[in-house]
Design a protein around this ligand. Structure first.
Ligand code: MRU
Length: 351
């Protein structure tokens, strides 16, 4: 199956099946998720990752909790759903799509339905969000492809493809759409320490798409730009604050600084659901800090002396003034973002 058609999550009638991204590219292992706490664990342990995929998995997690409690009396059912929302909500703090999915599910529960009907409604919601995400990503791709007209090389970071979403991808979807539209370029992509989403996952997707691509270590990006070898950068986002600050994979900010220095446009591709009017700026967003061992070890093998301390933030904040444009399914948004985002992303502001 071409990666553009791939979805890392599918409903199997009684459980959610996830493509385990910790095992890629060496093994394609699918894992069944049967309860909300299993969905939360899959998110926390990075078996499913990427903001939109986390959002859709959360919606299925809420649906699974509801199915598991559907035979219980309404007050017990409500308590079980509250617990599920808390467990899923605590899985990872930064991607706003997780909170967004919980709020969409909670809104369904507010209709006062009997538990069995509520469980059906939550499963329908999860299916809907999954389908909407793919359509949204295809629209982001179509909108963003125009920005890549005439580029001969571009740079992307982390993995923002089909694997990071319900399908097609955001930033990698833009790359994919531009390639399909006939643009011809080479993609440089970072390895993305410490989880290596670039080296493992973006490499896997680009190879399957047969798009010419080269892997670089994260710290080679500035030299590449200094040599004039990057015409554009396209990244995704885990949360976009109301002022246009972009919270994305650690290393994005460094790329944006180097891009400004070398006159390279820095584009962000994300669905409207990633825009968070309740975060006034990047500084107000909780940046996830992950275990030290993810830095001091590589594929479980120690690379630093025993006892070395490490700091492992998973995301950083790119200030809005370094962002050339934000591509959403609704169109392309430019600065000043505090004014343009509410118009461009009306559904997010109506929440
Ligand atoms: O830690 P991850 O792999 O979940 O981080 C993923 C990213 O930072 C992506 O750029 C972002 O979620 C957008 S994915 C379409």
């Amino acid at each position: 199956m071409p990666p553009s058609e791939l979805s890392p999550l599918e409903w199997r009638g009684d459980c959610l099946r996830l493509l385990d991204q910790t095992r890629l590219p060496h093994a394609e292992v699918w894992r069944d998720v049967r309860a909300a706490d299993e969905a939360a664990a899959a998110i926390r342990e990075m078996r499913v990752r990427g903001a939109p995929a986390i959002g859709v998995t959360t919606a299925y997690g809420m649906a699974l909790a509801a199915r598991g409690a559907a035979a219980l009396p309404a007050p017990v059912f409500a308590a079980a759903m509250q617990r599920a929302a808390e467990t899923l909500g605590a899985a990872r703090p930064t991607a706003v799509n997780l909170r967004w999915a919980i709020e969409r599910a909670t809104a369904e529960l507010a209709h006062g339905r009997a538990p069995r009907e509520a469980a059906e409604a939550l499963l329908d919601l999860a299916h809907r969000l999954r389908e909407e995400d793919v359509a949204t990503n295809r629209a982001i791709g179509a909108n963003g492809a125009a920005l890549l007209a005439g580029v001969s090389s571009l740079l992307t970071h982390c993995n923002t493809g089909s694997l990071a979403t319900a399908g097609f991808g955001t930033a990698l979807g833009v790359v994919r759409a531009a390639w399909r539209a006939g643009e011809r370029f080479e993609v440089f992509f970072t390895e993305t320490r410490p989880w290596l989403q670039g080296a493992r996952l973006t490499a896997w997707e680009l190879a399957r798409d047969e798009i010419p691509a080269r892997l670089i270590v994260d710290s080679a990006a500035a030299l590449l730009m200094q040599r004039g070898a990057v015409d554009a950068i396209v990244v995704g986002a885990d949360r976009i604050a109301a002022n246009g600050d972009v919270v994305n994979k650690i290393g994005s900010y460094a790329l944006a600084i180097a891009a400004e220095r070398h006159g390279v446009p820095f584009y962000v591709a994300a669905p409207v659901s990633t825009i968070d009017p309740r975060s006034p700026n990047g500084a107000s967003v909780v940046i996830e800090e992950r275990p030290e061992e993810e830095v001091t070890r590589l594929a479980c093998a120690p690379i630093a002396p025993e006892g070395t301390a490490a700091w492992n933030p998973a995301f950083d904040i790119t200030p809005a003034d370094l962002v050339t444009a934000i591509v959403t399914e609704q169109g392309i948004v430019h600065a000043p973002y505090a004014e343009s985002l509410p118009h461009a992303a009306e559904p997010a502001y109506a929440r």
